[in-house]
Write a protein that binds this ligand. Structure first.
Ligand code: GLY
Ligand code: MN
Ligand code: MN
Length: 463
């Protein structure tokens, strides 16, 4: 029995209480996916399923009824398969090991589900997550319907389980926060290691490639006990930093380049997400430092705006204000053409250099679940016209931050060469991204094991 079983049982109970007394919830884990012929992609459980069970084997389903009973379907014990693929918990051991009330072989799913669905009023499952699940549930319901003439009731409602569990996952408990702190600490060490390798290899006159730095990240992730990166690492040298979804590749890392690394490990099911932008050789040039300090100042403004009671959009708005002023001051935007700071904000002229939002929820998924709208104000709709696309956009009040919510704070600036843009800034891309746990009076930055101050980065790269 895992020491965390009480946590998963508590989550199942809390979810069950929201299904209605006659509701039933069905949650599969992720499918195994073939990579090629006999090789699969490394298996990664489904986040909802893991959140409710802590169980990481493939081919498993959880069924929870409104009275609080949980049934697990899992792979049956099979000596031959276990010789090839590894240990299976098996249904006999599952109740004691996981704290569920019953467990059956997953091979019995189709025969048992109609029975479990009978006489329930609502069937809950995660909508639009698992390909084919809707059809599968439909098949089971059809079997129940075939029995209504014998007096069985068939659920009349199918409801999206994500709404309930997303709200639960949005606020991280102490155990989750602790795991996320440890994930961020490992990732921070990995960033330091990659920075130091870059400077050292260039000092030694070596041919440095993006994949050399990626290798350092992976090494430190695994050394720290992480299972895998939480997302495809971005290691972007020079102009590649201006490609937002660039991946670690083979481009040379040159003396004089800025390198942007956006990488974070996943630890025990929880993601970290850190970006640092640093001079490949350990010394910023003047223009690089000017842009870097602007992004850092905008991040500081966003951090100051991140606290319980603030809106999710407040850090973004604080960032944009600082970036807009800086773009005017540095001549990236021409005052004579775009006007003052408020004009730059109103017309979204800053979008040329800053085209993404300042953060997202972080948790089991790197872009974690959870509504960005304040639930108590969902009916308060206003309309505005987007100044760039002219599209009419419906706005609802943004989420009010609560202690325990975790989000990233990740402003950036990406300067693609264009008419009127000072040449000294061309092809520089900078993003600084940290992970923040909301606290009653502010936020805890859990990813600052790697510094953000330009001088501190230079110092550690000299070491
Ligand atoms: N690494 C993904 C993101 O920053 O959103
Ligand atoms: Mn992010
Ligand atoms: Mn990131």
């Amino acid at each position: 029995m895992s020491k965390h079983n009480a946590i998963y049982a508590q989550r199942r109970a809390s979810m069950a209480a929201q299904l209605g007394p006659n509701g039933i919830a069905i949650i599969p884990t992720a499918p195994e996916r073939q990579r090629n012929r006999d090789s699969d992609f490394l298996f990664r459980h489904d986040s909802y399923f893991y959140y409710l069970t802590g169980f990481t084997e493939p081919n498993a389903w959880l069924v929870v009824t409104g009275d609080g009973n949980s049934t697990l379907f899992c792979q049956p014990k099979d000596l031959e398969r276990e010789i090839w693929d590894g240990y299976r918990l098996g249904p006999d051991a599952a109740p004691a090991a996981l704290g569920v009330q019953a467990a059956h072989p997953v091979t019995e799913l189709d025969s048992r589900l109609p029975q479990l669905l009978e006489n329930r009023d609502a069937a809950w499952y995660p909508f639009a997550i698992h390909e084919g699940l809707e059809a599968r549930v439909g098949g089971w319901l059809n079997k129940v319907r075939a029995r209504v003439r014998y007096g069985a009731l068939c659920p009349e409602q199918q409801r999206d389980l994500c709404g309930i569990v997303d709200e639960m996952r949005l606020v991280k408990d102490a155990h989750e926060q602790d795991t996320m702190r440890r994930a961020a600490q490992i990732s921070a060490r990995a960033h330091i290691r990659a920075m130091q390798l870059s400077a050292r290899m260039l000092r030694d006159g070596k041919d440095v490639r993006e994949y050399h730095l990626d290798a350092e990240l992976l090494h430190e992730f695994r050394l720290g006990g992480s299972q895998y990166p939480a997302y495809g690492s971005i290691v972007a040298a020079g102009a590649n930093a201006c490609v937002l979804h660039y991946r670690a590749d083979a481009a040379p890392v040159r003396d004089g380049d800025i390198v942007l690394i956006d990488a974070g490990c996943e630890l025990d099911g929880y993601a970290s997400d850190i970006t640092r932008s640093f001079p490949a050789n350990g010394r910023f040039t003047g223009p690089q430092r000017a842009l870097y300090d602007l992004v850092l100042a905008s991040q500081e403004a966003a951090v100051a705006a991140t606290k319980a009671g603030a809106r999710f959009t407040d850090p973004h708005e604080a960032t944009v204000k600082v970036l807009a002023q800086g773009m005017l001051d540095l001549g990236l935007l021409d005052r004579n053409k775009v006007g003052g700071v408020q004009d730059v904000i109103d017309t979204r002229a800053y979008f040329q250099f800053y085209m993404h939002r300042t953060g997202h929820w972080l948790g089991m998924d790197v872009h974690d679940c959870g509504s960005y709208i304040e639930p108590s104000q969902v009916g308060e709709v206003s309309e505005r016209k987007d100044p760039l696309s002219n599209e009419l956009i419906k706005n609802r009040p943004s989420r009010i931050l609560q202690p325990g919510m975790v989000l990233t704070i990740e402003p950036g600036i990406y300067v693609r060469p264009a008419d009127g843009v000072p040449e000294q800034f061309h092809n520089i891309g900078i993003r600084i991204e940290d992970d923040a746990i909301v606290t009653p009076n502010g936020c805890e930055l859990i990813s600052r094991g790697v510094p953000v101050d330009g001088g501190e980065i230079e110092a550690l790269m000299r070491a």
